[in-house]
Ligand binder design. Structure first.
Ligand SMILES: [Zn+2]
Length: 282
């Protein structure tokens, strides 16, 4: 798919699984289980899906997934599997390698979004995208470096310490555009200062939903995650952006849906729901 100056590619970087109850907050299991079947530990199948944007000047990757720095214990807990899908393989499919990337757009600093920023080589941390600028929202950076008890488990400084040491981070406010042809939405319900890139031209817009709508099942307003710091605010933020998405027929990109890369959205007078699924790249 091409939008504006960019050729778009869907880059799956891992398969993993999280607790279904945590993924759907207050929604009763009999409702969500129909959309997301569980394994024997009540976990639902998910992926980490990055978006690769290629123009003449930039090769941008939006988020980098779980990455490879996992001990077996955590790999087991989150059922992280890099055999089928991983960053290198998915980039190679379209003829790219991590060193080609010029910009890493970090929506927020949770480990399943930026774990792939760094890697361990002989026990030492190294940047995965060695030639890139890493774009990080400053309030989210502040939170990640002094998280609350609730979200401390979601942030891991190994995902960014070596980037800071090497001056590879560019901090942004996240409200204004900082990469060409990319508008910004900033949300606070899931975590403080989560950035959503909106790629667009006059005929088409695509928004990277990150953890605002992680899977297609999360399109309806009250279907929000227990991970969210301010779930009421998430519902409000979805209620603000979804009418625009419907009216202007935007494409929404799913970072965690195991099946669908993206879709359009419809409103039936009562509920928001998936309209048509969209394939960004084969
Ligand atoms: Zn998150």
């Amino acid at each position: 798919m091409k939008i504006g100056p960019y050729q778009l590619y869907s880059i799956e970087t891992s398969e993993f699984a999280l607790d279904g109850g945590a993924m759907f907050g207050i929604i009763p299991k009999p409702l969500w289980e129909k959309k997301a079947p569980v394994d024997e530990q009540n976990r639902i199948e998910m992926v980490t899906r990055s978006l690769l944007l290629i123009s003449d000047e930039h090769k941008i990757i939006v988020d980098s997934g779980n990455g490879t720095k996992w001990q077996e214990k955590f790999k087991d807990i989150y059922r992280i599997d890099l055999d089928n899908l991983n960053l290198e393989k998915s980039l190679a499919k379209y003829g790219y390698t991590p060193t080609d990337i010029t910009d890493v757009y970090c929506t927020h600093l949770h480990f399943d979004h930026i774990g792939g920023n760094t890697k361990l080589v002989d026990g030492k941390l190294e940047p995965v995208f060695s030639n890139a600028t890493y774009w990080i929202q400053n309030e989210n950076w502040a939170l990640a470096n002094s998280p609350s008890e609730k979200d401390a488990g979601s942030f891991m400084s190994d995902d960014w310490s070596v980037l800071e040491e090497n001056d590879m981070i560019q901090f942004v406010d996240g409200r204004e555009s900082f990469l060409p042809g990319i508008d910004q939405l900033l949300t606070y319900g899931h975590t403080t200062g989560m950035m959503h890139p909106i790629i667009g031209d006059t005929s088409q817009k695509l928004i990277y939903m990150a953890d605002l709508v992680p899977m297609a099942a999360h399109i309806p307003l009250p279907w929000v995650m227990a991970y969210d710091n301010q779930p009421v605010r998430t519902v409000k933020e979805k209620g603000e952006i979804l009418p625009r998405i419907v009216d202007e027929d935007w494409i929404i990109f799913f970072e965690h849906d195991p099946v669908h890369q993206a879709s359009s959205v419809q409103f039936d007078g009562k509920h928001y729901k998936l309209k048509d699924t969209v394939t960004i790249s084969e």
